[in-house]
Design a protein around this ligand. Sequence first.
Ligand code: F6R
Length: 607
Amino acid sequence: MCGIMGYVGPQQAAPIIIDGLKRLEYRGYDSAGIAVANSRIDVRKSEGKIVRLAALLDREPLEGTVGIGHTRWATHGKPSDLNAHPHTDPTGSFVVVHNGIIENFQTLREELESGGAALTSETDTEILAHLVAEEYDGDLAAAVRRAVERAEGAYALVVMTINEPRKIVAVRKISPLIVGLGDGETFLASDIPAVLHRTRDFLIVEDDELVTITEDGAVIETIDGGVVDRDVMHIDWDAEQAEKGGFEHFMLKEIYEQPAVITETLGGRLGEDGTTWLEDVEFDDAFVRDLETVWITACGTAYHAGLVGREIFQRVLRLPTIVEYAHEMRYADPMIKRGDLTIAISQSGETADTLAAARLAAERGSRMLALTNVVASTLSRYADDILYTRAGPEISVASTKAYLAMLIGQYLLALRLGTARGSIDRERATEIARGLNRLPAQVEEILEHDQAIVDAAGAIVDADDIYFIGRGLDYAVAMEGSLKLKEISYLHSEAMPAGELKHGTLALITDDVPVVVVVTQRATYDKTISAVQEVKARGGKVVAVAYDTDTEIEKFAEIVLRIPETDDLLAPVNAAVPLQLLAYHVAKLRGHGIDQPRNLAKSVTVE
Ligand code: F6R
């Protein structure tokens, strides 16, 4: 969630670093800072958004061609100028920025203080600056190695010293770090979009590796000093993809990218008869035939994608499928066993809880499949099998296109597993494949007819509380619709299975309380309508998401958001789209910033 940017080259460092940090704003942060080396190292930092830091730099410029910068999301110590990174040792000769958490921070702090060190901030990061200075004997890389040996936890730590002013040393454990290779200049960042407009050639720094960058390039070593020969990764993403491209917000742009995302995610992976080719999914048919349990673990929107996955796998594979929040699973002593399949879902591939749950599953002998959007993310490197969602960089904190791509990924997996197990026949696989291939055009159709959704947003914008209901797959979509709405509109919203309403929440349904019902599943249609009747009888305002072929729904719902009819198994893809747009338009009407909701971060890399 914090952003890192570093630069060594012929150009002034400060503008390049500020520009890179701006491109990382989507990760969420509460303060920002920069250090530039010249005849000495100078630091500027400021609580709040990068514009404040940029204004400070206008008043007090930094000259120099080597520098590091950071956007901080508070973990130890509140957001403030003092706690913002970079941090220095007492002499100001060593300067560090850091993402992650140092777990033995308190012990180290006491150790340093008992040795007479005066710490000026509340952060765990400042301690690292002191440790590096203590360990320095003329070789920065060696000092960083020894310093991190004393620290426990997760970090991407970037260090500069005035004693070796033309280099930057960085080390990684868990928190992401990449190197961008330019012509006579080298960049460091926590994420590729920071420098994608400057270079397309990257080196990915792995866990327990140390990298030294100069204008001539980068040398990666293991933390013990072993040689690493890392291949350069050429990234083809269109730079436009990482920018707003005409839309008012990244979220809206990403919603509109969804037809293309579905096409991309399916691309080259699905035959007309439902045969699949999933390039990094390597388990064999014998493993699939012996499979007894599928586990799915994830957080937030990815967890909601997992709820859809559970229904898909149970229907297609007829296998018990257990979905657990990653932060629950890791402490629940789950009965995962050798021969199980665990699917860890994460857009970023860096969510700390999901990584921990995935590791736990692997330790217990389960095969671990990563369903992730970020190539070379930490999750994908832990995995036995990987299915990349190919949604492209997702900038809006509220996830939309990555969610839809996660659903598509799970349909592909279900086809792969179901055909290998013989739990679906060729005819059914062909039907599903046909339905999947029609989805891009159907989502396009929803996006082209969004006026009803804008009107619905106007009708519910003044509510205090909103409820979302559905059954089975519709319930899974309702969960996601509710999360989307609350995270960007700050409206209180809750989702529950339609049948659960009468067991308590119905007490809250009074005149004009909006209840959004997702009602696509034919097998439970009448049952869901019974819940809708209960709402109507109490004066609730019913907004329904229903097939365009549903001729009954208008009798029960005040507002109907139509979606093209599909095979019921595939309905979540279409049903999610109006709910994403509903959340977007409500948030916009309420005047919120949308892409960076308060208190939230794009990538939650701490527990
Ligand atoms: C909500 C949202 C979050 C993430 C969650 C997991 O819109 O984006 O709930 O889904 O933090 O993130 P990933 O998928 O990166 O593991």
